[in-house]
Design a protein around this ligand. Structure first.
Ligand code: NAI
Length: 254
């Protein structure tokens, strides 16, 4: 019998109690890693995941939770910076407070968690960081000015971190999902005037004709996190149903 791919590795996943983060935590654990979930409310993370309460917008909270997770796991080899929040609107629509809040969670959240985890990652022979970025980093989506700015920063930060830490043996990559069928998108659909029409529009925006599943994003994150991706750093892996790269002709009308 072969050993599970991530056997012996220790992983921390932020925002790991829901959606993409939860699917990732479950997959990493299924492949043999011991996994700690950091979340505002970690109660959604089932065993064997270890839950730690943390707010990535609060440095003290992050330091305490990362230290506790590293203590419980006996170190950290894999950090998945996934916690994030959304925002809708054009540049005219969000006030300064909303801009600060979203950038604080989506961008500085990665900075804080990575800063706290770095001493542990430096001790690992298989250190990897994977950030959850977005198609919004590379394609102009309507009504997503603030969110897109935050994910553009995540993409650039991923590249800069990859350069800074490559000689320490720490790989840094990100995934760029299209629209993923998570509780987050469920909330967006619920808030739409016509949820069915909104879902059809989101499905239709992706060349595959359907939303991405959280498990598909988790599989990409698990690949980038694993030692089998040992020569891959400073990349963005699209998991977007072809949205970033394909240009289809409109379907013929009946
Ligand atoms: P979700 O809302 O289902 O899960 C997000 C998790 O992050 C929740 O458990 C929440 O409690 C946690 N969280 C939020 N703020 C936090 C904070 N300050 N500190 C700690 N934890 C916090 O969302 P989903 O869809 O799984 O999104 C996860 C990531 O994927 C986000 O970074 C999002 O920007 C990104 N993403 C999502 C897409 C989608 O269509 N759902 C598409 C592209 C990227």
């Amino acid at each position: 019998m072969s050993t599970p791919e991530l056997d012996g590795l220790r992983a921390v996943v932020t925002g790991g109690a829901s959606g993409i983060g939860l699917a990732t935590a479950i997959l990493l654990a299924g492949r043999g890693a011991r996994v700690a979930v950091l979340d505002l409310d970690p109660s959604g993370a089932p065993e064997p995941l270890l839950g730690f309460t943390a707010d990535v917008s609060d440095d003290e909270s992050v330091r305490t939770a990362v230290a506790a997770a590293a203590g419980a796991l006996g170190g950290i080899d894999i950090l998945v910076n996934n916690a994030g929040i959304g925002a809708a609107g054009t540049v005219a629509d969000n006030d300064d407070e909303q801009w600060h809040r979203v950038l604080d969670v989506n961008v500085l959240g990665i900075v804080r968690t990575t800063r706290a985890a770095l001493p542990h990652l430096r001790e690992s022979a298989d250190a990897a960081i994977v950030n959850t970025c977005s198609i919004a980093a590379t394609a102009g989506l309507p009504q997503r000015a603030l969110y897109s700015a935050s994910k553009g920063a995540v993409l650039s930060l991923t590249l800069a971190m990859a350069a800074d830490h490559v000689r320490e043996g720490i790989r840094v990559n990100c995934v760029n999902p299209g629209t993923v069928d998570t509780p987050w998108v469920g909330r967006l659909l619920d808030a739409a005037a016509d949820p069915g029409a909104e879902r059809a529009a989101l499905n239709g925006r992706q060349p595959t004709g359907r939303l991405v599943s959280a498990e598909e994003v988790a599989a990409a994150i698990a690949y980038l996190a694993s030692p089998s991706a040992g020569s891959t750093t400073g990349t963005a892996l699209q998991v977007d149903g072809g949205m970033a790269g394909l240009r289809l002709r409109p379907e013929p009308r009946e």
